[in-house]
Design a protein around this ligand. Sequence first.
Ligand code: DQA
Length: 145
Amino acid sequence: MKKILIINGPNLNLLGKREPDLYGNLSFEAYLEILQSQYPTCEISYFQSNTEGELINKLHEADLEYQGVALNAGAYTHTSVALYDAILAIETPVIEVHISNVHTRETFRQVSRIAAACMGVILGFGLDSYRLAVEAFLNRRTDPC
Ligand code: DQA
Protein backbone atom coordinates (compact mmCIF):
# COMPACT_ATOMS: atom_id res chain seq x y z
CA MET A 1 0.00 0.00 0.00
CA LYS A 2 1.39 3.42 -0.94
CA LYS A 3 1.84 5.84 1.93
CA ILE A 4 1.45 9.54 1.26
CA LEU A 5 1.86 12.35 3.77
CA ILE A 6 0.12 15.71 3.49
CA ILE A 7 1.80 18.52 5.42
CA ASN A 8 0.02 21.83 5.89
CA GLY A 9 1.79 24.91 7.19
CA PRO A 10 0.70 28.06 9.02
CA ASN A 11 -2.93 29.14 9.20
CA LEU A 12 -4.12 26.12 7.24
CA ASN A 13 -5.59 24.72 10.49
CA LEU A 14 -8.21 27.44 9.94
CA LEU A 15 -9.41 26.08 6.58
CA GLY A 16 -13.19 26.37 6.42
CA LYS A 17 -13.18 29.58 8.47
CA ARG A 18 -10.25 31.48 7.00
CA GLU A 19 -10.99 33.70 3.95
CA PRO A 20 -13.65 31.28 2.63
CA ASP A 21 -13.88 33.14 -0.70
CA LEU A 22 -10.30 32.08 -1.38
CA TYR A 23 -9.96 28.81 0.50
CA GLY A 24 -13.52 27.42 0.68
CA ASN A 25 -15.88 26.40 3.49
CA LEU A 26 -14.61 22.92 4.23
CA SER A 27 -12.28 22.09 7.11
CA PHE A 28 -9.20 20.13 6.10
CA GLU A 29 -10.27 17.24 8.36
CA ALA A 30 -13.59 16.98 6.47
CA TYR A 31 -11.79 17.17 3.12
CA LEU A 32 -9.30 14.51 4.20
CA GLU A 33 -12.11 12.01 4.88
CA ILE A 34 -13.42 12.52 1.36
CA LEU A 35 -9.91 12.24 -0.11
CA GLN A 36 -9.10 9.06 1.82
CA SER A 37 -12.39 7.46 0.69
CA GLN A 38 -11.41 8.18 -2.94
CA TYR A 39 -8.13 6.29 -2.49
CA PRO A 40 -8.90 3.23 -0.35
CA THR A 41 -5.69 1.48 -1.43
CA CYS A 42 -3.48 4.36 -0.39
CA GLU A 43 -2.73 5.40 3.20
CA ILE A 44 -2.92 9.17 3.49
CA SER A 45 -1.50 10.73 6.66
CA TYR A 46 -1.81 14.34 7.68
CA PHE A 47 0.24 16.79 9.74
CA GLN A 48 -0.29 20.51 10.29
CA SER A 49 1.82 23.03 12.16
CA ASN A 50 2.08 26.78 12.42
CA THR A 51 5.75 26.47 13.34
CA GLU A 52 8.54 26.35 10.74
CA GLY A 53 10.83 24.06 12.78
CA GLU A 54 8.04 21.51 13.29
CA LEU A 55 7.44 21.38 9.54
CA ILE A 56 11.17 20.76 9.02
CA ASN A 57 11.23 18.04 11.70
CA LYS A 58 8.24 16.34 10.08
CA LEU A 59 9.94 16.36 6.66
CA HIS A 60 13.01 14.71 8.23
CA GLU A 61 10.83 12.07 9.93
CA ALA A 62 8.89 11.46 6.71
CA ASP A 63 12.01 10.56 4.76
CA LEU A 64 11.76 7.00 3.42
CA GLU A 65 8.58 6.43 5.48
CA TYR A 66 6.35 7.71 2.70
CA GLN A 67 6.38 7.46 -1.09
CA GLY A 68 5.56 11.13 -1.34
CA VAL A 69 4.87 14.30 0.62
CA ALA A 70 2.32 16.89 -0.55
CA LEU A 71 3.45 20.09 1.15
CA ASN A 72 1.37 23.23 1.42
CA ALA A 73 3.85 25.36 3.33
CA GLY A 74 1.44 28.33 3.39
CA ALA A 75 3.26 31.64 3.75
CA TYR A 76 6.56 29.86 4.51
CA THR A 77 6.57 28.92 0.82
CA HIS A 78 7.54 32.47 0.04
CA THR A 79 10.18 32.94 2.74
CA SER A 80 11.76 29.74 3.99
CA VAL A 81 15.24 28.77 2.84
CA ALA A 82 15.23 26.30 5.75
CA LEU A 83 12.28 24.41 4.24
CA TYR A 84 14.02 24.43 0.85
CA ASP A 85 17.09 22.87 2.48
CA ALA A 86 14.95 20.29 4.32
CA ILE A 87 13.29 19.19 1.07
CA LEU A 88 16.71 18.88 -0.58
CA ALA A 89 18.00 16.92 2.40
CA ILE A 90 15.45 14.09 2.11
CA GLU A 91 15.00 11.44 -0.55
CA THR A 92 11.21 11.22 -0.43
CA PRO A 93 9.80 13.36 -3.26
CA VAL A 94 7.85 16.47 -2.27
CA ILE A 95 5.16 18.21 -4.31
CA GLU A 96 4.46 21.86 -3.50
CA VAL A 97 0.71 22.39 -3.23
CA HIS A 98 -1.45 25.51 -3.02
CA ILE A 99 -5.19 25.86 -2.84
CA SER A 100 -5.25 29.27 -4.51
CA ASN A 101 -3.52 30.36 -7.69
CA VAL A 102 -0.76 32.36 -6.03
CA HIS A 103 0.26 33.83 -9.40
CA THR A 104 -2.95 35.86 -9.55
CA ARG A 105 -2.37 37.31 -6.07
CA GLU A 106 0.10 39.70 -4.39
CA THR A 107 3.58 39.76 -5.95
CA PHE A 108 5.21 38.40 -2.78
CA ARG A 109 3.14 35.22 -3.25
CA GLN A 110 4.44 34.77 -6.77
CA VAL A 111 7.87 33.78 -5.43
CA SER A 112 8.43 30.27 -4.10
CA ARG A 113 11.57 29.59 -2.10
CA ILE A 114 10.83 25.84 -2.13
CA ALA A 115 9.68 25.03 -5.69
CA ALA A 116 13.17 24.31 -7.03
CA ALA A 117 13.64 21.59 -4.42
CA CYS A 118 10.29 19.94 -5.22
CA MET A 119 9.33 17.26 -7.73
CA GLY A 120 6.61 19.60 -9.03
CA VAL A 121 4.09 22.25 -8.11
CA ILE A 122 0.26 22.02 -8.16
CA LEU A 123 -1.75 25.14 -7.44
CA GLY A 124 -5.00 26.92 -8.06
CA PHE A 125 -7.43 23.98 -8.04
CA GLY A 126 -8.89 24.62 -4.60
CA LEU A 127 -8.70 21.63 -2.25
CA ASP A 128 -8.55 19.42 -5.34
CA SER A 129 -4.87 20.48 -5.60
CA TYR A 130 -4.15 17.90 -2.85
CA ARG A 131 -5.91 15.11 -4.79
CA LEU A 132 -3.95 16.02 -7.91
CA ALA A 133 -0.74 15.68 -5.88
CA VAL A 134 -1.86 12.22 -4.68
CA GLU A 135 -2.58 11.28 -8.31
CA ALA A 136 0.87 12.49 -9.34
CA PHE A 137 2.52 10.26 -6.72
CA LEU A 138 0.38 7.25 -7.67
CA ASN A 139 1.14 7.65 -11.37
CA ARG A 140 4.80 8.45 -10.83
CA ARG A 141 7.27 6.71 -13.09
CA THR A 142 10.63 6.19 -11.52
CA ASP A 143 12.35 5.19 -14.74
CA PRO A 144 13.45 7.99 -17.10
CA CYS A 145 10.91 8.67 -19.89
C1 DQA B 1 -1.54 29.12 0.20
C2 DQA B 1 -1.05 30.39 -0.48
C3 DQA B 1 -0.08 31.13 0.43
O1 DQA B 1 0.38 32.31 -0.22
C4 DQA B 1 -0.77 31.53 1.72
O2 DQA B 1 0.14 32.15 2.58
C5 DQA B 1 -1.45 30.37 2.37
C6 DQA B 1 -2.20 29.43 1.54
C7 DQA B 1 -2.59 28.37 -0.65
O3 DQA B 1 -2.80 27.19 -0.37
O4 DQA B 1 -3.18 28.94 -1.56
O5 DQA B 1 -1.43 30.23 3.59
O6 DQA B 1 -0.45 28.26 0.41
